[in-house]
Ligand binder design. Structure first.
Ligand code: LLP
Length: 419
C-alpha cells in the first residue's frame, strides 16, 4: 500500500499532483511520501509490539536525513554499515543505544568512532574483526557489546546478488566457528559477545526462509545456553520483500504471526533491520520524456533519467512499474524506456506496454524509494537528482540537485599539466 494514487487522471503523492512538484523542482527527481514511509514503519512496530523489538531502519536502503529523521522520531533505531552512515544517523538525533553496525570490512577508524559513540551492538562478521574490535576497545579503555552474524547457510528465493545467507557468500560466520568464538569468549576482555545476528537476504517475499533461518538460529542459541553461554540479543535482520509487480509478499502481521511464537519463548531482546519494507514503496522516481524514436524494430521512449540515477533495473534486472504522470486513454504501445547514458544497459524497462507518450511528458518509475537514490552515481558527469518529500499538501526539497560546481569539488589539474 502507498500514497501515490491517480486522481482526475493525474498521479498524486498524498494531496499534491506530481506534475506540480515537477514544475517546481525540474526533472528528474526522487519523491517520497512521508505518510507511506511512516505507515510502513508503524505496521512493523504494531505487528511486533508484543516483543517490543528495537526496529533499526537499514539506512543503506535510503539515507536521506528527512527519511531517517521521520523514522527516528517514531522510535526507530538505525542499522548502519559505514562511518558515513553513523555520522548521518547521529546528525539527525538517533539514539546511539539503538544503533547496530554490520559490515564485513569495518576499518579501525570506523570501529573507533562507533566505540566512542557508544553504539548498542557491533554485528561482527568474522573472527579477525572481533579481535580487532577488542584491541581497539582495550586501547580506548571501553567495553562494547557484539553480536556474531551467523551465516545460516540457507537458501533464499531472491536475486543472487542480494542473497547473503549462504556460505558461498562473504557474509557472516559459519556455525562451527561461531560456536568456537562463543566458547572462547574470555579471550575478548573488552567485548561482551552476547548477541546473534542473521540477515539472509533482501526482497524475500515468502515467510518460510525467515522462519527456517530463525528456527535454526534459535536451536543454536539454545545449545549455546545449555553450554553456559549467555546470549541477550537476537538481531533477525531485514529482507522483507515488497510489491514491485505481481508479488504477493507476506504482510508485517503475517511475518510477526509466524515468528513471534518462536522468538517470544527465547526471552531474547529482539532487533530487526528492515529497509526496503519501510521505504521501497514510499518513493518514486520522476523523469521526463526527451524523445521518442522508432527504428523499425523497436520503439524507444528516451527519458532524462538514467541508470546512474536508478541502477536497479540494469543491475538486478529489477522490475519497476512505469506510469505516465498524466494518464490518458491513448492506445498502448510496446516500448523500451531508456535513459541518455552511453550504455545499452541504461534502461528502466524493456518491452513495456505504455500508453502513447511524447516529448515533455512525465513518467513515474514506481517503488523506487529503496536502493534508488543511495545507489546513484555521477556517471557521465551527471549531477545527482534532488530528493523531495511530501507530507499532506506540502512538499519540500530534502536534498538539492547537484550542480556542476558540486561535481567538480576537489578535482584539480596537476602542476605537470600546468594546473
Ligand atoms: N541488514 C543487513 C545486514 C543488510 O545487509 C541489509 C541489506 C538489510 C538489513 C536491509 O535489507 P532490506 O530489509 O532492505 O531487504 N541493492 C539491493 C539490495 C541490497 C540489500 C543489502 N543489504 C537492491 O536494490 O535490491
Amino acid at each position: 500500500m502507498h500514497d501515490f494514487h491517480v486522481k482526475n487522471g493525474e498521479l498524486c503523492c498524498e494531496n499534491i499532483k506530481v506534475s506540480t512538484i515537477a514544475k517546481s523542482v525540474g526533472t528528474p527527481f526522487y519523491l517520497y511520501s512521508y505518510k507511506t514511509l511512516t505507515d510502513h514503519f508503524l505496521k512493523i512496530q504494531r505487528a511486533f509490539a508484543p516483543l517490543n523489538p528495537i526496529i533499526c531502519f537499514a539506512m543503506k536502503s535510503n539515507g536521506n536525513s528527512a527519511v531517517i529523521k521521520s523514522l527516528v522520531d517514531l522510535g526507530a533505531g538505525i542499522d548502519i554499515v559505514s562511518v558515513g552512515e553513523l555520522k548521518k544517523a547521529l546528525l539527525v538525533g538517533s539514539d546511539p543505544k539503538k544503533i547496530v553496525f554490520a559490515s564485513v570490512g569495518k576499518t579501525e577508524e570506523e570501529i573507533a568512532l562507533a566505540i566512542k559513540t557508544g553504539i548498542l551492538l557491533f554485528n561482527v562478521e568474522s573472527e579477525p574483526e572481533l579481535v580487532e574490535i577488542n584491541r581497539i576497545a582495550r586501547k580506548m579503555k571501553r567495553y562494547v557489546q557484539a553480536a556474531l552474524r551467523i551465516n545460516p547457510d540457507v537458501p533464499a528465493p531472491t536475486h543472487d546478488y542480494i542473497h547473503t545467507g549462504s556460505l558461498k557468500k562473504k557474509f557472516g560466520i559459519d556455525l562451527r566457528t561461531t560456536r568456537q568464538i562463543f566458547k572462547a569468549q574470555k579471550k575478548y576482555s573488552h567485548v561482551k559477545v552476547n548477541g546473534v545476528h542473521i540477515h539472509i537476504g533482501s526482497q524475500i517475499t515468502e515467510g518460510a526462509p525467515f522462519v527456517g533461518a530463525i528456527k535454526k538460529v534459535v536451536i543454536f542459541i539454545d545449545q549455546l545456553r545449555q553450554e553456559g553461554i549467555d546470549i541477550e540479543y537476537l538481531d533477525i535482520g531485514g529482507g522483507l520483500g515488497i510489491i514491485y509487480k505481481d508479488e504477493n509478499p507476506q504482510t508485517a502481521q503475517a511475518y510477526a504471526d509466524k515468528v513471534l511464537p518462536i522468538l517470544k519463548k527465547t526471552g531474547l531482546k529482539i532487533i530487526m533491520e528492515p529497509g526496503r519494507f519501510i521505504v521501497g514503496n514510499a518513493g518514486i522516481f520522476v523523469t521526463k520524456v526527451v524523445y521518442v524514436k522508432d527504428n523499425g524494430v523497436k520503439k524507444f521512449v528516451i527519458v532524462d533519467g538514467g541508470m546512474n540515477d536508478l541502477i536497479r533495473p540494469t543491475l538486478y534486472d529489477a522490475y519497476h512499474e512505469i506510469v505516465p504522470v498524466k494518464q490518458t486513454r491513448a492506445p498502448k504501445f510496446k516500448v523500451d524506456v531508456v535513459g541518455p547514458i552511453c550504455e545499452s544497459g541504461d534502461f528502466f524497462a524493456h518491452g513495456r506496454f505504455l500508453s502513447k507518450v511524447g516529448r515533455g511528458d512525465l513518467l513515474a518509475v514506481m517503488s523506487a524509494g529503496a536502493y534508488g537514490y543511495v545507489m546513484s552515481s555521477n556517471y557521465n558527469v551527471r549531477g545527482r537528482v534532488p530528493e523531495v518529500m511530501v507530507r499532506g499538501n506540502k512538499f519540500e526539497i530534502v536534498k538539492e540537485r547537484e550542480t556542476f560546481k558540486d561535481l567538480m569539488k576537489g578535482e584539480r589539474l596537476p602542476r605537470f599539466l600546468n594546473g
